[in-house]
Design a protein around this ligand. Structure first.
Ligand SMILES: C[S@@+](CC[C@H](N)C(=O)[O-])C[C@H]1O[C@@H](n2cnc3c(N)ncnc32)[C@H](O)[C@@H]1O
Length: 299
């Protein structure tokens, strides 16, 4: 099927469908568990590529097999830095480091997945010197089991950490805790525009007493770019630049993108952030390919 046909057939899914997908296929793309493991990138890439070509069709797999397959593919995406995680998280790290200068941060991570990248940031910034407490929220229980190991390594224990298997909008709505920073990394784009506006209202409520910040690392549309045009642009990037994956291995990513990725423009995000009560909206880093950004929303 040609790309335009695929893009034109983007279905408008309900939140219930998305949540069901998130439960059975926990995250579109996961990475390996430990930094030591992820250093074997090239051999992993070849293994994943070959394994993916020979793997059974997704609908024949158990949820555990699906999780493992998607997680391995995501590792190749990280090793190739196809979404520019290194630069985005470099900017995030600098921001967190500055913000923690007066005291360590109470961090809420909505859609935490396996917490791999944020746990590296915490570890590199001195663990508890950066983060006083960590709260991870995700629908995927398998991913959060890995998150526990990563955060345990970064904080040298989990006495100041907790995890919730929950929908992040429901969690934010019912939460009564106070935080210094709330992170949503490659997760907010799953929400509709109205849900993004609602979660920002709730997050502002959880941050306002501390003067805290909402930090968003995510895919973004260009100014005036339609969702269809974004999908076409992203698909072109995948086809031309994601050379570590075979077309077969790219297919689940493409499928997921068309069904579940609803990135916004900066203007829309800025406007719903201001409406939610955030005073400053700053681009900490815009990735060079124009697909993703790191934003700080200050309360
Ligand atoms: C692409 S992964 C990103 C994980 C991690 N934040 C990172 O940057 O590596 C998106 C995560 O959001 C989670 N997720 C998606 N929709 C969710 C929802 N409504 N509530 C909670 N978690 C959700 C998925 O299970 C997945 O772990």
């Amino acid at each position: 099927m040609s790309l335009p046909m695929l893009v034109n057939s983007v279905p408008q899914i309900s939140k219930a469908t998305l949540l069901q997908q998130s439960r059975t296929v926990p995250c579109c793309f996961f990475r390996k568990q430990t930094r030591r493991a992820s250093s074997a990138s090239s051999s992993t890439g070849a293994t994943v590529t070959n394994a993916t070509m020979n793997a059974p069709r997704q609908e024949q797999m158990s949820p555990t097999q699906v999780f493992k397959r998607q997680w391995e593919i995501y590792q190749v995406i990280l090793d190739g830095d196809y979404l520019e995680h290194k630069a985005l998280y470099g900017a995030l790290q600098q921001y967190l480091h500055r913000k923690a200068a007066s005291r360590p941060l109470r961090l809420l991570d909505l859609g935490c997945g396996d917490s791999d990248y944020i746990s590296r940031v915490i570890e590199e910034c001195g663990g508890r010197a950066l983060v006083a407490s960590y709260t991870g929220v995700d629908l995927s229980a398998p991913a959060m089991e890995i998150s526990k190991e990563n955060i345990h390594r970064a904080l040298k224990g989990t006495d100041q950490a907790e995890w919730h298997t929950a929908d992040f909008l429901s969690f934010a709505t019912s939460c009564q805790e106070e935080y210094d920073c709330i992170l949503m990394s490659f997760a907010m784009h799953h929400l509709t525009s109205n849900e993004k506006a609602e979660i920002l209202v709730q997050c502002h409520r959880l941050l306002q007493n501390s003067g805290g910040a909402f930090l968003m690392v995510d895919i973004m549309r260009q100014p005036d770019e339609t969702l269809t045009d974004y999908h076409v642009r992203s698909q072109r990037d995948v086809d031309h630049n994601w050379v570590g994956l075979t077309p077969e291995a790219r297919a689940p990513f493409t499928d997921h993108m068309l069904k579940y990725d609803f990135p916004e423009t900066f203007d829309l995000l800025e406007s719903i952030s201001k409406a939610a009560g955030f005073k400053n909206v700053t681009i900490l880093h815009a990735a060079s390919k124009g697909i993703s950004q790191c934003l700080a929303l200050e309360s």
